[in-house]
Design a protein around this ligand. Structure first.
Ligand SMILES: Cc1ncc(COP(=O)(O)O)c(C=O)c1O
Length: 381
């Protein structure tokens, strides 16, 4: 169900006192309870609203919180062969109907991004990426002196899959789907066409598909590229528990792909040790499908409201399938950021080459975004 702007604000205003038992109101109550819980437990820092890092505004769901509490016992003193880590790996394998050898855990997906550049790029094996996109792999390549190629997005701010494929052969092509920061997404046919073209013409090129935001995509907008990762040794995907699962502070991510591909990444760079509580939390969050669906819907309603408000102000915003939006504010992001910070709201960093016109805004809770939209109106008026 879509909430109109009036409905959205109305839900906020009525809150728990609302007597109509519409699904919108119930939705609002659950959202409020989770926001209150997030405030109580200190997810917000120093009075500054943090709309800059794409973490979940609501943190982990209630079942995950309960699991963390339950497992916070003296048992954490026994950590060298941490309970639940193998269980998490097995559960991921079961969820995707693959073997455990097709799952590589890491302390966040960051080590996988860093390790894959080390494993697959180098002398004569360039790293190719659209820009702007998530830039950890690019920074890794730069720090190692690897040749890098940065490609423009399409006019609609989507990743240009044809141009990306045109740049093979390469050590590795990076595709963030949905894309951070623009929020744009490619459907399964487009991704499959891209992968098959590269694998046919340049089978030595690696393709990394980063699906960190997949749980925020609108239903039907995309599908995981896992079948392609299982079919081709040179394709792998990465996922994160830092976004819709609300576990950024627990540092858990994973890659899915063929065994030898994952082992090459593992050999190139340390993946860290996933810890016992993190594993329990991730295991619970992974299997709490109802909560993830709630989180997706909650984020989508907030996103509709904020995107609608910006469009009303005359700002272009590509349709987003993530928990952030990329807005054409028609002025340097640094200027907008400074003005918002005066009002105690921190928005996203510069995203070259669009830093003179666009700003990324991570989506907070309903209450936060209602306040934030007022500030954005004031700053942009
Ligand atoms: C697209 C994308 N991939 C990977 C990451 C890394 O996240 P983590 O290391 O927390 O899994 C992020 C974090 O913002 C991201 O936006």
């Amino acid at each position: 169900m879509k909430t109109t702007r009036r409905g959205f604000v109305g839900t906020l205003a009525l809150g728990a006192a609302a007597s109509a038992v519409s699904s919108a109101t119930l939705f609002g109550r659950k959202a409020q309870a989770q926001t209150v819980e997030a405030h109580k437990t200190g997810i917000y820092d120093g009075g500054v609203m943090q709309l800059n890092q794409n973490e979940s505004a609501r943190g982990p769901g209630p079942n995950t919180m309960q699991a963390i509490h339950t497992h916070t016992t003296k048992r954490v003193g026994r950590g060298y062969s941490p309970d639940h880590v193998n269980e998490l790996r097995q559960s991921l394998a079961d969820n995707y109907n693959v073997g455990t050898e097709n799952v590589q855990l890491a302390t966040g997906s960051t080590p996988l991004l860093q390790g894959s550049v080390r494993a697959f790029c180098g002398e004569g094996k360039k790293f190719v990426t659209p820009m702007p996109t998530y830039s950890t792999s690019l920074s890794t390549a730069r720090s190692l002196g690897i040749e890098t190629v940065e490609l423009d997005l399409t006019r609609g701010l989507a990743v240009d899959l044809d141009t990306l494929a045109d740049n093979a052969p390469a050590g590795m092509l990076y595709l963030c789907n949905p894309n951070n920061p623009t929020g744009t997404v490619h459907g399964p046919d487009a991704v499959e066409g891209f992968v098959r073209r590269v694998m046919r013409d340049h089978p030595d090129t690696m393709i990394h598909i980063d699906e960190a935001y997949i749980n925020y995509a609108d239903p039907g907008a995309m599908e995981t590229a896992l079948p392609l990762a299982l079919e081709f040794e040179n394709v792998f995907i990465t996922r994160s528990f830092s976004k819709a699962h609300g576990l950024a502070g627990m540092r858990i991510g994973y890659a899915l792909g063929q065994e030898q591909t994952l082992s090459a990444i593992r050999r190139a760079w340390g993946m860290g040790d996933v810890n016992m509580l993190g594993a329990v939390a991730a295991l619970t969050a992974l299997n709490d499908k109802e909560h993830i669906e709630w989180e997706r819907q909650e984020n989508a309603e907030i996103r509709d409201y904020v995107v609608g408000a910006f469009r009303e102000m005359g700002c272009e915003v590509p349709d987003s399938h993530t928990n952030h939006i990329f807005v054409n504010i028609g002025r340097p992001a640094a200027e907008f950021r400074a003005a918002c910070l005066e009002e105690k709201i921190l928005v996203g960093r510069d995203f070259p080459p669009l830093e003179q016109s666009h700003c990324r805004i991570s989506l907070g809770s309903r209450e936060e975004m209602q306040k934030a939209v007022e500030v954005f109106r004031k700053v942009l008026s």
